[in-house]
Write a protein that binds this ligand. Structure first.
Ligand SMILES: Cc1ncc(COP(=O)(O)O)c(C=O)c1O
Length: 210
């Protein structure tokens, strides 16, 4: 579990609430997680006890972007564990090549990068995650993803959906297309002095690196 802010901390709390054995790799708030700490832990796991690495990609509480690409590469080198990504404030705001990187679970919400009202959750689940699902023993009901998948295959939902919210993504995507896909993606990172929005001379002080 990567934790360098409020939302990373919350993932640790949630995981513990579900009875998981959690090992936290932390960084000071305002600093990015060190991918090398993940590499060291994953390499040391000869018995393949680590089942998943959970990363908050963009840690909203501080604005720090974690190096998902590198951490994911180390997860892939481990060979067995999954990577689960909280992309609430990154999906829709920056490019996340989910399939290309082989990210196993990526979760997001309507209210941030997609700029539509809160109320919808999005989750992408890859084949390795479905395989793990088949043997998972964690109790679940409302957020059990299989009924959602089965219903989605029939273009419906297992429980009452927030119908009016369901219309919003289409409008948001249409708006994105009319502006040119990707125009919402972030300005250069780390901040580029040639980009006026990132120029400290306008009186904005960065509170975290990158
Ligand atoms: C990174 C991140 N994870 C999770 C959440 C969800 O938190 P909440 O349900 O309190 O809005 C948010 C905020 O919306 C967030 O920014």
């Amino acid at each position: 579990m990567g934790s360098n802010g409020k939302f990373g901390d919350r993932w640790a709390q949630i995981s513990k609430a579900f009875g998981l054995a959690v090992e936290v790799i932390s960084a000071e708030w305002g600093q990015a997680l060190d991918p090398e700490s993940f590499r060291a832990q994953l390499e040391a796991d000869a018995e393949k006890q680590i089942k998943a690495v959970i990363i908050t990609h963009s840690e909203t509480s501080t604005g720090v972007l974690n190096d998902l690409e590198t951490i994911n590469r180390y997860v892939k080198e481990h060979g067995e564990c999954l990577i689960i990504v909280d992309a609430v404030t990154s999906l829709g705001a920056m490019d996340i090549p989910i399939d290309q990187w082989g990210l196993d679970v990526v979760a997001s919400g309507s209210q941030k990068g997609y700029m539509i009202p809160p109320g919808l959750g999005f989750v992408a689940v890859g084949p390795r995650a479905w395989t793990a699902y088949a043997s998972a023993k964690i109790p679940k009901f409302y957020l059990d993803l299989l009924p959602y998948k089965k219903s989605a295959d029939k273009k419906t939902t297992p429980y009452t959906p927030p119908g009016e919210s369901g219309l919003c993504p289409e409008a948001s995507f249409a708006n994105d297309e009319s502006r040119g896909a990707g125009t919402y993606f972030c300005s250069p990172h780390p901040p580029d002095a040639s980009n006026p929005r990132c120029d400290e001379s306008v009186g904005i002080t960065f509170v975290c690196p990158g």
